[in-house]
Design a protein around this ligand. Structure first.
Ligand code: GCB
Length: 587
């Protein structure tokens, strides 16, 4: 039965387009296309001609659209922080740049975008190469047939307008940065290359690694080698007619990845023409009753939620240094888990967390009220989940795939999420599927917290967002409050907290004081209440840093920031940071 599920996993993964393991685990030849790109703001979406840069086209040699002499934006990076006139821009911007190439006949050229916010239409030498929707997932295109010797021109139309059928939709509680926000890379590959691979430990067994790989072309009889030198394992496999290989690798004396020892093994996958080296860890993550087991042992998730933002510089985080900065602050807090809210974050975050031994909850931006009744929106969500899993399926730190945050219990939502979940489960049988809910409430008649949203039954672990003491008053003393929420499942408090502005000290029992003292007390009270949640497997306070949100309208205190951070926007730790830090030290 297990082998059957591996089979399903492998076939499903390879159905999703993509070469895997990008970024710093990749040993392949790469040309960075980061740097300065010219840009034109196209407010009315009028200038399709910019796909061709400043060249005349057709019979008409009018030079109406020009981009080469336009100012530049840095890639990667959102446009909002780079220029005053783009600070709040939501709309279309054309990016353009040249690059030189000497294409070789037996090579393939793949262009990869780590993330473009929100919609991207990519043109190479005036021809459409790929379009992609969704700010936070990677995409790529084989542009071998579009490139030429010498000067090449690439144009990207980027649009970040909020629309009802997009994900997220019209309103969300973070800043809507636009632009080419992650690395752009041109990868050179042999004409037949290793397209994808999946090498992970069995979900339950510590002595069995499942391995599979697939070539770019469906050819039988080719040799693919998989080596794990440190484990003295070498497999020489022959592709089937789909160009795939798969095998189970029995292992002894495996050092499993865990927070205390985030061991990674160097894994080499090679053919006569191609080779990739990936750093891969092995661990078991599963649920038993209401517990989460890591490598067979119950684990308490000491979490923190993080937005991909450098608040002090009013910009989206996009570099390795940015990721290191955020992870350093999380690690100093004493976490063993991070919730990457509310979307897939860069590979720097994921690989950085993995190296540090931090488990990851990654989710797609199905945030509150998206258009659940719209079949196109459904397809978008499915693709986002597929792309999320495809990029990070070899990252053992990724333990939890989140499919939704704070959705309402309606028939449309139930159908939507059920399908999404099925797609996810067909893709990946080795991780836990989760979602965060905000529908738990204190039932005065029953004298306890309950939740009436049966969708949770479909999940492995349930996240509950609960802002006691902030959006909701205390019904009684925290130590006396009982919880009976999803009692048959592991429960993570996936958000809690309240706002305070760093530096304000004041009355600890007055929310309107906006004081660190109020926030610290609120944290203490919540921790007291959590002691009564029998199925509690962890907490993930909201949130590490204050973050930008156009919905935060208090002009002097919020000033465009959600101030629930344990750390202020400028990097100062608030009192509540120490409460969590000390509590985590005792767990
Ligand atoms: C929530 C949302 C989160 C918000 C937070 C808040 O429940 O999941 O995205 O930022 O509340 O601060 O209101």
């Amino acid at each position: 039965m297990k082998n059957l599920s591996l089979l399903v996993l492998s076939y499903a993964l390879f159905a999703v387009q993509g070469i895997a393991a990008p970024g710093d685990g990749n040993s392949r030849s790469q040309l960075s296309l980061n740097g300065e790109w010219h840009f034109v703001m196209d407010q009315y979406d009028a200038s399709r001609g910019l796909a061709r840069g400043d060249r005349p086209w057709g019979k008409n040699d009018r030079d109406e659209y020009s981009i080469d002499d336009a100012p530049t934006l840095h890639v990667p990076g959102d446009w909002n922080h780079q220029r005053e006139d783009l600070k709040f821009y939501e709309g279309t911007i054309w990016y353009g740049r040249h690059f030189d190439l000497k294409p070789e006949g037996d090579r393939r050229y793949i262009i990869r975008f780590g993330g473009v916010s929100y919609l991207a239409n990519v043109y190479v030498n005036g021809k459409e190469a790929v379009s992609h929707e969704g700010s936070f997932t990677q995409f790529q295109a084989d542009i071998t047939d579009l490139v030429k010797e010498g000067d090449n021109y690439i144009a990207v139309r980027v649009n970040n307008r909020r629309e009802k059928d997009r994900i997220p939709a019209m309103l969300f509680d973070w800043f809507n940065y636009g632009g080419i926000t992650r690395d752009v890379t041109l990868i050179t590959l042999p004409s037949r290359y290793i397209k994808d691979w999946f090498i992970q430990l069995d979900k339950h067994r510590s002595d069995l690694i499942h391995a599979s790989a697939v070539l770019s072309d469906p050819v039988a009889g080719e040799t693919i080698r998989i080596d794990i030198p440190e484990l003295k394992k070498t497999l020489t496999l022959t592709t089937d007619e789909a160009g795939k290989v798969q095998a189970d690798i029995p292992v002894k004396r495996l050092t499993r990845w865990c927070p205390a020892n985030p061991k990674l093994y160097s894994v080499e996958i090679s053919t006569a023409a191609d080779k990739v080296v990936d750093e891969i860890g092995f661990r078991n993550i599963e649920v038993r009753g209401t517990q989460v087991l890591l490598n067979g042992e119950p684990v308490f998730l000491k979490g923190i939620s993080i937005h991909e933002e450098i608040a002090a510089e009013l910009r989206r985080a996009c570099t390795r240094q940015d990721a290191e900065m955020l992870l350093n602050e999380a690690q100093a807090l004493g976490v063993n888990m991070i919730r990457l809210a509310h979307y897939q974050q860069s590979e720097y975050m994921v690989r950085g967390a993995e190296r540090r031994g931090i488990m990851i909850w990654q989710e797609i931006p199905v945030w509150q009220a998206i258009d659940f009744a719209n079949p196109q929106t459904q397809e978008k969500a499915i693709r986002m989940l597929q792309e999320t899993i495809t990029r990070d399926k070899n990252r053992c730190a990724d333990c939890f795939w989140g499919i939704a945050n704070e959705t309402r219990n309606t028939p449309e939502r139930n159908r939507f999420l059920a399908r999404l979940l099925q797609v996810g489960k067909d893709l990946d049988t080795t991780r836990l599927f989760v979602a965060a809910f905000d529908l738990a409430y204190f039932d005065r008649k029953e004298d306890k917290f309950v939740m009436h949203d049966d969708f949770y039954q479909n999940l492995d672990l349930v996240g509950i967002n609960k802002y006691m003491g902030w959006y909701e008053g205390w019904p009684k003393a925290p130590k006396d409050i009982q919880w009976d929420v999803c009692p048959d499942k592991p429960l993570l408090i996936s958000e809690f907290g309240g706002e305070a502005k760093y530096g304000i000290r004041g009355q600890e029992d007055v929310a309107g004081s906006w004081s660190e003292d109020f926030q610290a007390r609120l944290y203490r009270m919540n921790l007291e209440m959590f002691a009564n949640i029998r199925n509690l497997v962890g907490i993930s306070p909201w949130i590490l840093y204050d973050f930008r949100s156009p919905t935060r309208l208090h002009q002097s205190l919020q000033n465009g920031f959600n101030r629930k951070g344990l750390v202020g926007d400028k990097g100062d730790r608030k009192q509540a940071w120490y409460i969590i830090h000390d509590w985590y030290e005792t767990r």
